[in-house]
Design a protein around this ligand. Sequence first.
Ligand code: ADP
Length: 140
Amino acid sequence: MAGNRTFTMIKPDATKNGHIGAILNHINKAGFKIVAMKYTRLSSEKAGEFYAVHKERPFYGELVEFMSSGPIVAAILEKDNAVEDFRKTIGATNPAEAEAGTIRALYATSIGENAVHGSDSDENAKIESDFHFAGTEIFG
Ligand code: ADP
């Protein structure tokens, strides 16, 4: 059975471009409840750890540099079928290919600076949520 939580980050391009409020509103309107949230900045070590699965990819260095270049909003979201529904809400990795009306189509700059992260599985949603939040910071 699909889980009911996913993890997201509003990435440094979107925080810098003033899209935090619009993206949170979009998330709420799509039916997700925010059960944990923080405005923070990742060190390059933490960004490297978070994206360790992409270590061998050619864009890894660029990704780590970008994700530690400014503040992010990290949040845990709750909704039935959260992971899959949130991936639909954010759209394709490359904003040029993202469906109209999705968060990336509306707010992303490029395939690398693509406004938001969304977990790709229930297992990763749990790992990524635990990476950013203590149990006492989650209000489900
Ligand atoms: P998604 O975030 O849609 O799950 P991936 O897991 O494939 O996408 O990639 C993780 C992140 O790495 C992307 O969101 C994006 O910021 C960055 N990225 C992916 N592909 C590229 C690329 N070809 N060039 C630069 N950055 C990329």
